[in-house]
Design a binder for this molecule. Structure first.
Ligand code: PMP
Length: 432
């Protein structure tokens, strides 16, 4: 079959010169098998691969593109910014403008600083928490992913989980010792970890809705419990909202759940598809940063004018009407998928918050990494390829979330559900 020929050739070329042929591991399709698609272009809810086939996209660059690919207002903003210069290494008012938009939406962010990736945001937030509390240890949750900083590559989710290397070689024992890993949704484990490390925990970091082991939602009381434990112990509470920020509503997970973290990390949507991250929170904590305070953090391209412009345009486009429509459409998609799975008696679990969604092939309710791992990943891989062949692109791994954008329509959802029915039908025949 010549269907994927150009992508296959492009991958062979890439592998000769790029490590593993990709610049980020999950792109390599290892979890589902086969050769990754190379992209020619994208518009709205769809992209076109090198072989000229069009796909409905539910990855959307892993979350940033909430307005869709190449949204006209975002492209215009980038073009205007580019014509004025791509980087200055000096401040611009664009940074304050985006900062104000973020702070007005997420009240816990009294001060912010922009960086160039989610990884940088979480690394910087943790250093700041350590500097502020004068403590060393961090508590994180198994299956949560906070980028590839050394401190977070312990029981990490996303690609680290997909490839079975949640603990990476190259992370020193000393660093690993300062990271305490507990199960998601397990407050008792957090309490035990805190009391076993009295006065040593600088921060508890959590994905308030966990989107890197599939989508796993917090049980009632979990996030409030974390707030209480942090307060009682003197640790800072960090919400990693790199995925959830502006995704599950303007105020992210924290406004939805009415929990105020000390620090928040952001990325993805606030850069509108350009490389951006940010961390922010309590003014007294953020004031510890250089140049006002002693905690060092810096970046040549931090606050880049193109990235700021794309972020501003994206956030401006996120009206209440857009969120309502995203919610309606994503509900229709997961309800429809649930009906298809039920029709064919496929055991499954589905989760969704707004336009962020996930599904597992298991009859075990998924509340943490252990239960997420009960999913039939071989079935997921077969389903993925069936859908791909029908022009629908879900994440090339069970342990990632799905994203609906404002460019998706009922027509896309109907086509997706028809493809899902045909895919499962074919899988059942093969199995039967
Ligand atoms: N935190 C979370 C919750 C993430 O999902 C990710 C990336 N998917 C990161 C941090 C790291 O962001 P980046 O890939 O931009 O470094």
């Amino acid at each position: 079959m010549a269907t994927y020929e150009r992508s296959i050739n492009a991958y062979l070329r890439a592998k000769r010169v790029i490590a593993g042929g990709v610049d980020s591991p999950v792109r390599a399709f290892r979890a589902v098998g086969g050769s990754p698609l190379f992209v020619r272009s994208a518009q709205g809810a769809t992209f076109i691969d090198l072989d000229g086939r069009e796909y409905i996209d539910y990855v959307m660059s892993w979350g940033p593109l909430i307005l869709g690919h190449a949204a006209a207002n975002v492209v215009r903003a980038i073009q205007t910014a580019a014509s004025r210069g791509t980087s200055y290494g000096m401040p611009t008012e664009l940074e304050s403008e985006l900062a104000e938009l973020v702070a007005n939406s997420i009240p816990s962010i009294q001060r912010i600083r922009f960086v160039s990736s989610g990884t940088e945001a979480t690394m910087s937030a943790l250093r700041l928490a350590r500097g502020f509390t004068k403590r060393a240890k961090v508590i994180k949750f198994a299956g949560n992913y906070h980028g590839h900083g050394d401190s977070f590559l312990i029981a990490a989710g996303s690609g680290a989980l997909t490839f079975g290397v949640p603990n990476s070689p190259g992370v020193t024992e000393g660093t690993a010792r300062d990271t305490i890993v507990v199960p998601y949704n397990d407050l008792d484990a957090v309490r035990k970890a805190v009391s076993a490390n009295a006065d040593a925990v600088a921060a508890i970091i959590v994905e308030p809705y966990a989107g890197n082991m599939g989508l796993v939602l917090p049980v009632p009381g979990f996030l409030r419990g974390l707030r209480e434990i942090a307060d009682a112990s003197g640790a800072l509470l960090i919400f990693d909202e790199v995925i959830t920020g502006f995704r599950v509503g303007r105020g992210g997970a924290q406004v939805r759940e009415k929990i105020t973290p000390d620090l928040t990390t952001l990325g993805k949507i606030i850069g509108g598809g350009l490389p951006v991250g940010a961390f922010g929170g309590r003014a007294d904590v953020m004031n510890e940063l250089s140049p006002d305070g002693p905690v060092y953090q810096a970046g040549t391209l931090s606050g880049n004018p193109l990235a700021m412009s794309a972020g501003i345009a994206t956030i401006r486009g996120l009206t209440e009407d857009v969120y309502a429509e995203l919610d309606r459409l994503a509900a229709r998609l997961v309800d429809g998928l649930g009906e298809v799975f039920t029709r064919y008696r496929i055991k499954h679990q589905i989760s969704r918050v707004g336009s962020l969604l996930g599904f597992f092939f298991t009859d075990v309710p998924v509340v943490d990494l252990e239960t997420a791992k009960t999913s039939d990943t071989a079935l997921y891989a077969r389903f993925f390829h069936q859908m791909l062949a029908r022009g629908v692109y879900f994440a090339p791994s069970q342990f990632e979330a799905g994203f609906v954008s404002a460019a998706h329509t009922d027509t896309h959802v109907e086509a997706t559900l028809a493809a899902a029915d045909a895919s499962i039908n074919e899988l059942m025949q093969v199995a039967g």
